[in-house]
Design a protein around this ligand. Structure first.
Ligand code: ADP
Ligand code: MG
Length: 678
């Protein structure tokens, strides 16, 4: 029987048990998987230069005829060097291969090759070291570069790839209907797969990549949209408290901003329906999302139901517990905290309160969605700082109770196109304004030379009664030159911060210790918190008005923005000092952006521009299905097109059940295996 695309990879010629294992290491189990092993780059052998013109110290492609191989030489330390003399017809060059006798043996005297490698030596006597080569009579001059694994060479993959593509040619497949292909000017799938591996030109490679990236983004959009429809079809408890949130709003110590009020109203009207709410509350750091969440909890409690708020860290859970208690207990709403590090006895007691319905609002970490926690009537689940929770966790939550209403809060403002894909399963409310009277945080980027002066400024602010954060990237000293909080705290206590109460805070401390330190900081007993990025999300101490970030080059724009968001949360003018000695273009640009704007949406747009959406998709944080092609190839425009296409497809065929959409539906199911089928 001839091998098919779904036969075991070992059916391919030359692939036995051993090589099959190597392929499985790369998650490739059959020829189909192999053709979706997308090259990460290409080597272009077309533009070769004469030896005389190859710059010393740089990589070049040369066209060389080997004329004399010398036997391998073994030198110190087990290193083996192989050498061969070659010529391009005008000039000679020495080919040097280190530690790869096997490859060297394949090189034949009298044969002409294209060789790609680093040219070294002097103008008069050049060498090309450990080059990649290709016989000059090969017709494919643009060679794919693959992710490899030990024992599986590029040449082996290329040979097997050709076989796999031969199989595909006998059973070509297509997932998109013809009209979509033509309206979106996309290449047919078999053509794209052929050309992603062995492109005839750069344009062909580009078009192939576009088609494949489009497929992925389309499937992602479709999957998210199908998840949305799925929840829409289940029912939720319609909450019916007549009084709405008026009592709560008028009892607040401040007036909600218009955006906060609008978001709260949107949430309440969702909660009144028996269709599960699935809403994202997006708001820049400090925009006051917690108050909106509290309003929602108030409404749930008054309607006789329970609400749960889940935070990504214990620090944040504890803080939310305090804030929500503060907001809600005056109205007689019972708020409890449940975290993983509590004693078994305490947990058991809490579980009882939750099961009896005595606890109305439950705040905690992941602990609150564990199987052993039973709710009496959980109607609303809120997750904070969404970017720490993945899609599948969102799905897991939906399974708790009778499809509860869900609200996710995110402080990562992301451009709309991206949000529509990443949060495609959600409706979105946005808080753009900051509460009245907030002053933008002044931000300065300085080098280490100015550290002492910067701390002079910090001390002045401390003397005025304010508090400060100092953030370092590491916990302990390491071989890198990065600042570590432990040593930093010791030295600062003797030097720049002598006489001021300082304390350490990092992720490896016990929950109780962290809580104690945070409490002391909140109460003003500690003036300076020397911490890692554990303070990145959500921490709210309005009297803290100075933030110093060491090794600022180590942090991405969005992260810096999050960190900076810890200050400027109260009435005081606040300052952020970024310290870095890094002068790379990228770093300088980031520092400039940070110093020039505090607008989270602008920053995220810049971040996206600098890093590309690939980084977003690449990071496991969103819990999206892994993208193979789009993460390197996609751009905003392609994303909008895929988005639009998904919309059109679903309008015409909401469940993708038409015969022409079957292949696509299967692919989407495969990508999201658990989330939409479950
Ligand atoms: P984030 O959106 O970053 O989670 P928080 O909910 O922690 O922001 O709110 C930041 C601070 O602003 C808190 O101290 C909160 O009490 C306060 N706050 C929230 N809304 C308002 C408002 N409308 N007016 C004044 N202060 C507010
Ligand atoms: Mg928050």
């Amino acid at each position: 029987m001839p091998a098919t695309l779904f036969s075991d990879i070992e059916y391919l010629k030359g692939v036995g048990k051993a090589r099959g294992e190597k392929y499985r290491k790369l998650d490739i189990t059959n020829p189909y998987g192999l053709i979706y092993h997308i090259p990460r780059d290409y080597l272009d052998f077309r533009c070769h230069v004469p030896v005389a013109q190859a710059p010393v110290g740089e990589y070049s492609v040369l066209k060389l005829t080997v004329y004399k191989k010398t036997p391998p030489q073994r030198i110190r330390g087990g290193l083996v060097i192989c050498k061969a003399a070659a010529s391009d017809g005008m000039d000679d060059i020495l080919i040097v291969v280190y530690n790869n006798v096997y490859a060297f043996h394949a090189l034949q005297e009298g044969v002409t090759y294209y060789m790609y490698g680093k040219v070294t030596g002097s103008f008069l006597r050049k060498e090309i070291s450990s080059p990649t080569w290709l016989k000059a009579d090969e017709d494919v001059l643009i060679q794919p570069v693959y992710r490899l694994t030990q024992g599986l060479s590029a040449a082996m993959i290329r040979t097997n790839m050709k076989q796999a593509l031969d199989i595909m040619r006998k059973e070509p497949f297509e997932t998109l209907p013809d009209d979509i292909l033509s309206r979106y000017s996309l290449r047919p799938l078999p053509w794209a797969l052929e050309n992603i591996h062995f492109p005839a030109s750069e344009t062909a490679a580009e078009e192939a990549r576009t088609r494949l990236a489009f497929d992925e983004l389309l499937k992602l959009s479709l999957g998210m949209a199908l998840m949305k429809t799925r929840t829409r079809r289940s029912t939720a408890a319609a909450l019916g408290y007549q009084g709405g949130i008026e009592e709560f709003v008028s009892g607040l110590p401040f007036t909600l901003t218009d955006d906060q009020r609008k978001a709260a109203d949107e949430i309440v009207s969702d909660l009144r329906r028996n269709i599960p709410m699935n809403r994202l509350l997006q708001g820049d750091v400090g925009s006051g999302k917690t108050a909106v969440a509290a309003a929602a909890c108030f409404f749930a409690a008054r309607s006789g139901a329970q609400a749960a708020l889940m935070a990504p860290t214990e620090i944040l859970a504890m803080q939310h517990f305090r804030t929500l208690s503060g907001f809600l207990e005056p109205f007689g709403v019972k708020v409890v905290l449940l975290t993983g590090s509590m004693t078994a006895k305490k947990k058991a007691a809490l579980r009882e309160e939750i099961a009896s319905g005595e606890a109305q609002v439950i705040v905690g970490t992941h602990a609150i969605i564990q199987k052993d926690v039973e709710y009496k009537s959980l109607a609303l689940v809120i997750t904070d700082e969404q970017h720490r929770f993945g899609v599948n966790q969102r799905a897991a939550l939906a399974e708790k109770g009778d499809s509860p209403h869900r609200l996710v809060m995110s402080a990562t403002p992301i451009p709309r196109t991206l949000a529509l894909i990443i949060y495609g399963d959600l409706d979105i409310s946005v808080i753009k304004q900051l509460p009245l009277g907030r002053k933008p945080v002044k931000t300065y980027a300085v080098t280490g030379k100015l550290r002492h002066r910067a701390f002079g400024f910090v001390r002045d602010r401390l003397d005025e009664g304010r508090q400060a954060y100092v953030v370092c990237p590491m916990i302990e000293d390491s071989e890198s030159d990065l600042f570590a909080v432990k040593t930093y705290a010791e030295e600062a206590a003797k030097g720049d911060l002598r006489g001021y109460e300082t304390a350490l805070l990092h992720g490896r401390m016990k929950a109780a210790e962290k809580e104690k330190v945070m409490k002391q900081f909140r109460d003003g007993e500690i003036k300076v918190l020397i911490c890692t990025t554990v303070v990145e999300v959500g921490v709210d101490v309005p009297n803290a008005a100075v933030m110093v970030i060491e090794n600022a080059e180590r942090f991405g724009l969005s992260q810096l923005h999050q960190l900076r968001g810890r200050v400027g949360r109260g009435e005081y003018e606040s300052t952020c000092i970024l310290i870095t000695d890094n002068t790379s273009e990228d770093c300088v640009k980031r520092m400039k952006i940070m110093s020039s704007t505090t607008d989270g949406f602008k920053i995220s747009e810049e971040d996206l521009k600098m890093r590309g959406p690939g980084d977003f998709f690449g990071s496991a944080q969103h819990g999206l299905p892994p993208l193979k092609i789009a993460d390197i190839a996609c751009n905003m425009e392609l994303m909008s097109r895929a988005q639009k296409c998904a919309g059109e497809l679903l309008t015409a065929d909401p469940d993708l059940t038409q015969p022409s959409h079957r292949a696509l539906r299967m692919d989407v199911m495969r990508l999201f295996s658990k989330e939409i089928t479950g």
